[in-house]
Design a protein. Structure first.
Ligand code: SAH
Length: 402
């Protein structure tokens, strides 16, 4: 039988040409390219898989394209990719396998951390028997990709529920149609998790963010090793640090534990958590800046203080102001520390680098006339992997000083 010689299969993916600066960024190992570094992107549909080349047409890899984000290109592979749903399923399985070696002593952890697991725009958290999913890019929002995500997670975990947490601001920025947060599989959206021997309520449809307290999991255990005497957890949210200090093996070392937050709903969950663990913690609803000011004027003293404020620097432009805010808190806390006291100080703004943060703590110590030693210089838990060539994937700083 004669067969017609077929032409080579045309490339199914649209292609994008990068400027020399964009190509250099990828050659440096980064995975993002900004819109301003794209030389040619003709008629590329939102959220499509794109073939990325330099201006001369040299192939650089395959990326997910966003038609609206400043980050127009997120690399997904240095090779040719044709079937995105299949690749997403494979990468989710790899992320699950990776956690087997690095996560222990908890049934609550991040299963997929976006770029850190080579799945840009996808976050998955496990809370005991249910999962929480966040979809942050046009490509991950496409129906076949969503189906691959849900099917793979269902096969791997057999969860009692999968909740989708929607950040409406991000959907707007990505020009995606609005969607409600809610269950996308099964029925369960709240549970009790256990980490480091501490039990915590978690409601997947309430609360300020998905993954709250997961990134600090290893820092809770580290901080609890040094906690002693009177302990104050400032910006305590649902009580992560405070409950670890009050927990069984630390109860003997900590004579009192107090948690402070401005959110009443967060403190209500914190109290439920204390009851669940049979521990006593004093919760104070207050503005942390005012409370620290009042307490330092009143010369209150503590042996252990945690500072874990929300991200003060939302953009690079806020950096100086943010560092000023962090410094004020740290300076006051240092003045309130008894001799031999321990300060656990954190920042989750990625615009504040580890170097900036350490510098700010050093300035505060100098102004407080304290010679502090670094006990530990920590970051986010290992289930939030940071890519060495993508500094933006590392955001949490946690310094323990005495
Ligand atoms: N340490 C917590 C996470 C803290 S998140 C944990 O381990 O889970 C930041 C917290 O700061 C939130 O709970 C928020 O309600 C609180 N917050 C924000 N601004 C505040 C302010 N000015 N005073 C007190 N709390 C504040």
């Amino acid at each position: 039988m004669s067969q017609k010689k077929s032409a080579p299969t045309p490339d199914a993916s649209p292609s994008v040409k990068l400027s020399p600066r964009g190509a250099a960024r990828l050659n440096d190992g980064h995975v993002w390219v900004y819109r301003s570094d794209i030389a040619v992107a003709k008629e590329v549909p939102p959220g499509s898989l794109v073939h990325v080349t330099d201006v001369r047409g040299k192939f650089l890899g395959t990326a997910l394209y966003s038609s609206s984000s400043q980050i127009a290109i997120r690399m997904i592979s240095r090779e040719e990719v044709r079937d995105l749903p299949a690749l997403v399923a494979e990468r989710i399985r790899a992320a699950i396998a990776y956690r087997k070696g690095i996560v222990s002593g908890t049934d609550a952890y991040r299963v997929v951390f976006s770029e850190g697991d080579f799945l840009p725009g996808l976050i998955v958290d496990r809370y005991h028997d249910f999962l929480s999913v966040q979809i942050l890019t046009q490509a991950m929002d496409a129906e076949p990709v969503r189906a691959a995500i849900v099917n793979t997670l269902t096969e791997e975990f057999k969860p009692a529920g999968i909740v989708e947490r929607v950040d409406s601001r991000i959907r707007e920025l990505e020009q995606l149609p609005p969607r409600p947060s809610g269950l996308i599989h099964g029925e369960k959206s709240s549970t009790v998790v256990e980490m480091n021997g501490v039990r915590l309520h978690f409601d997947g449809l309430e609360g300020q963010k998905t993954g709250a307290f997961l990134d600090q999991r290893e820092n809770y255990a580290a901080a609890a090793r040094y906690a002693h005497g009177d302990a104050l957890d400032v910006f305590c949210y649902q009580g992560g640090f405070a409950l670890h200090f009050a927990a069984m093996e630390n109860a003997a070392k900590c004579s009192s534990v107090t948690g402070v937050d401005s959110s009443r709903p967060a403190l209500e969950v914190a109290e439920k958590n204390a009851v669940l663990n049979g521990r006593e913690v004093e919760w104070i609803e207050a503005n942390a800046f005012d409370l620290l000011k009042d307490y330092s004027v009143a010369k209150r003293q503590y042996d252990t203080i945690v500072l874990d404020p929300p991200a003060f620097a939302k953009t690079k432009r806020d950096l100086d102001k943010a560092l000023g805010g962090y410094k004020e808190l740290n300076l006051r806390a240092m003045k309130m520390l008894r001799p031999g006291g321990v300060l656990i100080t954190c920042s989750c703004s990625y615009h504040v680098s580890a170097v900036d943060f350490m510098g700010m703590v050093a300035d505060a110590a100098r102004d407080a006339h304290k010679s502090l030693r670094v006990l530990e210089n920590r970051s986010q838990a290992k289930d939030h992997p940071m890519l060495i060539n993508v500094p933006e994937s590392g955001y949490l700083k946690c310094l323990i000083v005495t």
